[in-house]
Design a protein around this ligand. Sequence first.
Ligand SMILES: O=C(O)c1ccccc1N[C@@H]1O[C@H](COP(=O)(O)O)[C@@H](O)[C@H]1O
Length: 208
Amino acid sequence: MTVRVKICGIRDEAGLDAACAAGADWVGFVFFSRSPRHVTAAQAFPLARHLPPDGPRAIGLFVRPTDDEIRHVLDTVRLDGLQIYDTAARAAAIRARFGMKVWLAAGIATRDDLPQACAVDGLVIESRPPAGAQRPGGNAQAFDWSLTGGWQAPVPWMLAGGLRPDNVREAVMRSGARAVDVSSGVETAPGIKSPALIEAFVQAARSL
Ligand SMILES: O=C(O)c1ccccc1N[C@@H]1O[C@H](COP(=O)(O)O)[C@@H](O)[C@H]1O
């Protein structure tokens, strides 16, 4: 089984090169100012341009964005898709408005939280943020991976939240995920990506 991998929160060339060298399928740029991984459109532009044609696809992460915020980024940065933290209806509207692939992030606490239908291209299934969290994701928090067992996902999905090189293999086996997304687990400090951890994560995810 080939597990696809997204490395999120790329902020510099070292992290980008490590994701490319490791064979990641996607890299994520976080356009959310309260994140330690935040990049502006001007900062993301040279990174996205540096991606090789056969390298990872570029995903832009937005939290409750206005159309103008998305437009501002898309006017500068070449993105292949959007990861949206908002309602399912708003994510579908963004997809229709911009004509881009949209992945909707869904915070999960119980089986009932798993979406049964949606009008987006994919789902990012992760834990609900802890009380008082400053951001809806990127909190290094895992959920009970067995919750997705037997779930008939309406669209392709990826598993996220609290994944690391030392637990991603178990997470994939227990959840049944065919794609995984990581940010905190490949960092030495919030916002500081480790090339060695990126390499270890991709290898571990692909070791099944
Ligand atoms: O990474 C962030 O700072 C972030 C901010 C706001 C929303 C989502 C964010 N990250 C995404 O959250 C999940 C899980 O991340 P982690 O591995 O637990 O740190 C992942 O999809 C990140 O892309």
